[in-house]
Design a protein around this ligand. Structure first.
Ligand SMILES: Cc1cc2nc3c(=O)[nH]c(=O)nc-3n(C[C@H](O)[C@H](O)[C@H](O)COP(=O)(O)OP(=O)(O)OC[C@H]3O[C@@H](n4cnc5c(N)ncnc54)[C@H](O)[C@@H]3O)c2cc1C
Length: 384
């Protein structure tokens, strides 16, 4: 749903200009230094990117899913590490509070998240609980007016920068499944929290992940999201369902960028006395990429519209994440192929995208987990 086309267009124009004039020129530097410059972060905040999904009453832009997708398609036209900084807050970090938080929790945290003053990380994964997230072992045991949290979270995006964590922990150790899990808002400066060293990753330099370690960390009972125990896994799944459409939109945007770079290269690069773009075998790679990008773009917009209509999009969100992330990987591979040897050399930039986009098939539910969700929904529906 697009509420007001003119307002959205103004936002998209501003984001496109920011991407073109500020982010694209900074890509190589960020990859080199592994840091996004402070002035760029300030501009992201000024543009309202941290508050994209926060309702207007709490100081955000309150975009619909379809509008969020349009912004992510524009943001995808540059290194995905930039999106990671605000997009993790927008996409998953703040969503637990937004979807299931109490009014008091929303009032306290959403305005700070909207301005970017606070960055929110989403802490679900653990060393022994990845795809099988419901088996998580971090505990939060109630003692009077507090919960005592113990455990380790792994690969947590923006952990070194986070002001708050949306933490999934087990409040009922007797219940080893999803029903024993609750969600909390944990302030990063709470005693008993330490952040591991930054992970050294394959790509997306400039975006940082790390372990988050909780040792007898005393979290006030009022930080339990929604004030009810046992709802945390449901909250996490709702958050991830929305996040999958968000990530799929980024996959489409980055694939468009890689195809554009490959096309420009194919037009300029001459072999056998003519631009390689004129060879049909190269054209096949361009055409397949364009067709798949178009298919993914249509899927993502359709899923976003359905979600805005209040429909259940569990299957569609997983279809989008599955197809768009795999498509993005194929486009990256073809783009490198079209660049030839230059595709393997860092100076040309495309190998960086090739490494960056590999992550999309892994996090927020691997490709196999999306397949499982889609098939499970299909079978369940057929057997009703
Ligand atoms: C850069 C990065 C950022 C991340 N950011 C966050 C974050 O902010 N917050 C957070 O909570 N997590 C985050 N993660 C964690 C990420 O979501 C997990 O890595 C991912 O869900 C996969 O879990 P795993 O790594 O434990 O792999 P595993 O679950 O061990 O999976 C290994 C392989 O087995 C396959 N597999 C597992 N189960 C099945 C099955 N039932 N059927 C078929 N195949 C299966 C998987 O598809 C995969 O191919 C991040 C990870 C990375 C790398």
């Amino acid at each position: 749903m697009i509420r007001d086309p003119q307002t959205l267009q103004a936002l998209l124009d501003a984001v496109e200009r920011f991407v073109r004039e500020r982010l694209v020129p900074a890509e190589a530097q960020v990859a080199e230094t592994d840091e996004i410059p402070d002035d760029i972060v300030r501009e992201m905040k000024a543009l309202g990117l941290f508050g994209l999904t926060v309702p207007e009453e709490f100081g955000g832009l309150g975009v619909t899913m379809e509008e969020e997708v349009m912004v992510m398609l524009a943001m995808g036209q540059t290194s995905p590490c930039f999106r990671s900084l605000f997009g993790t807050t927008v996409g998953i970090g703040s969503q637990g509070i937004l979807l299931d938080g109490t009014e008091a929790q929303k009032k306290k945290y959403l305005p700070l998240l909207a301005t970017g003053e606070l960055i929110a990380s989403f802490a679900l994964t653990e060393p022994d609980a990845g795809s099988d997230a419901a088996s998580l072992r971090t505990t939060a045991i109630r003692e009077g007016e507090h919960y005592i949290v113990n455990g380790t979270k792994r690969f947590i995006t923006n952990a070194p920068h986070a002001g708050i964590f949306t933490l999934m922990a087990r409040t009922d150790p007797q219940d080893k499944g999803a029903g024993g899990v609750s969600a909390f808002i944990v302030e990063a400066n709470t005693p008993g929290i330490s952040i591991g060293r930054k992970d050294r990753k394959m790509g997306q330099r400039g975006a940082h992940t790390a372990d988050v370690i909780f040792e007898n960390c005393k979290v006030p009972a009022g930080q339990l999201i929604g004030g009810r125990e046992g709802q945390g896994f449901k909250t996490a799944m709702k958050v991830l369902e929305k996040g999958r459409i968000h990530i799929a939109a980024i996959c489409v945007g980055v694939a468009e960028r890689m195809l554009r770079d490959a096309l420009n290269y194919a037009i300029e690069r001459k072999q056998f006395g003519q631009p390689i773009a004129e060879f049909q075998l190269v054209q096949a790679m361009l055409a397949d990429s364009q067709a798949e990008i178009y298919a993914a773009r249509c899927m993502v917009i359709d899923a976003a519209r359905r979600r805005d209509e209040g429909r259940n999009v569990s299957t569609e969100a997983s279809c989008c994440k599955l197809f768009a992330s795999e498509m993005c990987g194929r486009v990256a591979d073809r783009a490198v192929q079209i660049f030839g040897g230059a595709g393997y050399i860092a100076d040309y930039g495309i190998e960086r995208f090739y490494r960056d986009v590999r992550l999309f098939r892994l996090y927020e539910g691997t490709t196999q987990i999306q397949q499982i969700v889609i098939a499970r929904n299909l079978v369940r529906e057929a057997m009703r």
